[in-house]
Write a protein that binds this ligand. Structure first.
Ligand code: MLT
Length: 254
């Protein structure tokens, strides 16, 4: 595989819940000059492959490792957004030697509590019985900052539509998988990888404290808080987000 490794780093963008790769539309081309960008759909999302009842973060991570094998990519810089961050951490745990760097955006290393887990199972049932548009509508208020809602309503509605068209079985399987995810805080302490933690100043779904905790646990990481953004800074303020990613990628030896 090393014969096909590109000179630039490979950046693997991992979308959140319930999304597909198009949440990265403002990154895919914009970062192509500094990285070989891969932005796959997690299993069941986007084009919609079959999924089992529960898609664990580990199963998504292993899918991604198989994809990298297919593409002849040995090592990657992982960038996970929210649920994508849970997957990135599972990948880093299981495929440590394939990681050249780690970007955790609007995510957390801690698992759900009892109430959170019950909420996941309720989300899975709602997706199956009431439809994914109900889930998308319910999540929307927390995804965008007040400023983003005011000045870019078209991005808000495009994101709602993208989430609403995801397959109910994929959404249910992901919700159940998130419910059983492990505490990956101990992993952060031992990772020893170049790392960047990004969040939005108004993210109420992943309050800034969760990012600060990950930043503190990851030796030598950088923390970037993007003002006037909430849970999707890559969509809300793509230039700021891309600048942070670009600066990080440029610091990596390759
Ligand atoms: C996401 O954006 O991926 C979700 O908010 C993650 C979660 O529900 O924990």
């Amino acid at each position: 595989m090393s014969g096909t490794e590109p000179a630039r780093p490979t950046l693997l963008l991992i979308h959140g819940f319930p999304q597909d790769h198009t949440v990265w539309n403002a990154q895919i081309d914009a970062l192509a000059d500094v990285a070989d960008v891969l932005a796959p759909d997690l299993r069941g999302f986007g084009a919609g492959a079959e999924v089992p009842e529960v898609m664990t973060m580990e199963a998504y991570a292993d899918d991604l490792a198989a994809l990298l094998d297919e593409r002849g990519r040995e090592r990657v810089v992982l960038c996970g957004l929210s649920m994508g961050g849970y997957v990135a951490l599972a990948f880093a745990e299981r495929h440590r030697d394939r990681c050249a760097g780690l970007v955790l955006s609007n995510t957390r290393s801690i698992p759900d509590g009892e109430e959170g887990r019950a909420g996941r199972y309720a989300t899975a049932e709602r997706a199956l019985h009431q439809g994914v548009p109900v889930i998308a509508r319910g999540m929307l208020p927390g995804l965008f900052s007040t400023t983003s809602k005011r000045i870019q309503p078209e991005r808000v509605s495009a994101t709602e539509q993208m989430m609403a068209r995801q397959h109910p079985r994929a959404v249910a399987a992901a919700a159940r998988g998130m419910a059983v995810r492990e505490d990956r805080t101990p992993l952060l302490h031992r990772l020893a990888l170049p790392a960047l933690v990004i969040t939005g100043s108004e993210d109420t779904m992943m309050p800034e404290g969760t990012s600060q905790a990950m930043h503190a646990a990851l030796a030598g990481s950088r923390l970037v808080v993007i003002p006037n953004t909430a849970h999707l800074p890559n969509v809300e303020a793509p230039d700021r987000f891309n600048d942070a990613l670009r600066a990080f990628l440029c610091t990596l030896a390759h």
